[in-house]
Design a protein around this ligand. Structure first.
Ligand SMILES: Cc1ncc(COP(=O)(O)O)c(C=O)c1O
Length: 370
């Protein structure tokens, strides 16, 4: 099977991880943690940054450090991997689900203002599948209503909005380094910020709420959200190859676009951002076509992924349904993530594209004219 995504581990990663293991610094202290934290923050363009155990922990830590609690409302897109919605619920706050746009597949900034009231404390902007949310508008809303902004950048590592990397705009940028992400630490995550106070609060909460001045004195109820030095070693090696990964993702996107643009709705190309196409994605005419394509590709040795389900449709989140999610539903029904691993070459992309075109011709007997 051609996988949707797989990590690219070179000798460099093996060397760094071996060094970390040999050093004996196998838990959450060590040179790789320090170096990875400082170099990753620099790559994103923030003053501070800290490693955490995974992307969901990054979101939970950010919300906790911002003081999000019972009675607060946090606006979250309806079409997302579920972590940001869950992270709001972990703090007993209320997720307010907002529809997304057809243009960038991210939160619809024209609909956010109608969801704001005096309980609203924050917005989590999820940058989906390598795209970017409308950061100009989000920053404007943040200022106007004095809200916190968290960027969930798990899927858009390296994407630049008007030349500035995502994860450096909001109060906190959250990242995941799960094995299918643009770079990996196995499991792992990261919080970036320019706010020193927030950084210090996140450091304390990451380590059981213990103050750095007085050992075993707990000022807050914290968590153990630390990353290990071994994971940071893997992360550092991957970070040193990140520009190569991003270049490959953009190259894969170009091949897919050229092969498929006449047959399907192709992955958005940002007007204001330079996307990183974590998973190159297409939209089919309807749900049946999307499902037929998935099955057909599977039979031909090509793995794919349907888009996320709209959050408001799933049992734990139905009660947060605010009424209108046309775009989220449409994208969820028609969207498909294609194989996007950096190990794929032009021939692989041509083969996958040929199979897609073959099925579309079988279904419609002609060019799929949208
Ligand atoms: C948008 C988004 N947010 C958060 C996460 C959660 O990250 P993790 O799996 O590392 O907890 C993921 C993916 O895994 C994601 O795609």
């Amino acid at each position: 099977m051609i996988p949707v995504s797989e990590p690219d581990i070179s000798e460099k990663e093996i060397d760094y991880v071996t060094d970390a293991v040999r050093s004996g610094w196998v838990s959450s202290h060590g040179k790789y943690i320090d170096e990875f934290e400082s170099k990753f923050s620099k790559f994103i363009g923030t003053k501070y940054g800290l490693t955490v155990s995974n992307g969901t922990a990054a979101l939970h830590l950010a919300l906790s450090a911002l003081g999000i609690k019972n009675g607060d409302e946090v606006i979250v897109p309806d079409l997302t991997f579920i972590s940001p919605v869950n992270a709001v619920l972990y703090n007993n706050a209320t997720p307010v689900l907002c529809d997304v746009t057809k243009k960038d597949w991210c939160i619809d900034t024209d609909k956010i203002e109608s969801l704001i009231n005096n309980k609203t404390k924050a917005i989590i902007a999820v940058h989906l599948y390598g795209n970017s949310a409308n950061m100009d508008k989000l920053m404007e809303i943040k200022k106007k209503y004095n809200l916190y902004l968290i960027e969930d950048t798990a899927e858009s590592l390296g994407t630049e909005y008007k030349g500035k990397r995502l994860g450096s705009f909001g109060d906190v940028g959250c990242f995941s380094f799960y094995g299918n992400k643009t770079m990996t630490t196995g499991e792992g995550g990261f919080c970036t910020t320019n706010n020193e106070e927030l950084y210090n609060k996140m450091l304390i909460l990451r380590d059981h709420g213990m103050t750095s001045k007085k050992r075993y004195w707990h000022e807050f109820i914290g968590y153990n959200y630390r990353m290990t030095n071994m994971q940071a070693a893997l992360g550092l090696a991957q970070l040193e190859r990140l520009n190569y990964f991003i270049g490959k993702k953009r190259e894969i996107a170009k091949y897919y676009y050229n092969n498929l643009k006449d047959y399907v709705i192709t992955h958005p190309i940002g007007e204001n951002y330079n996307g990183t196409y974590w998973l190159y994605s297409i939209l089919m005419k309807n749900e049946d076509d999307r499902n037929s394509l998935m099955n057909f590709l599977y039979k031909n040795g090509i793995d794919t992924r349907r888009f996320f389900y709209p959050a408001h449709e799933m049992p734990p989140y139905k009660k947060y349904d605010m009424g209108n999610y046309d775009k989220s539903k449409y994208l969820s029904e028609t969207g498909l993530n294609l194989p996007s691993s950096v190990k794929l070459n032009k021939e692989d992309i041509n083969y996958i594209s040929e199979k897609i075109v073959e099925l579309i011709k079988k279904l419609h007997g002609e060019r799929f004219n949208i």
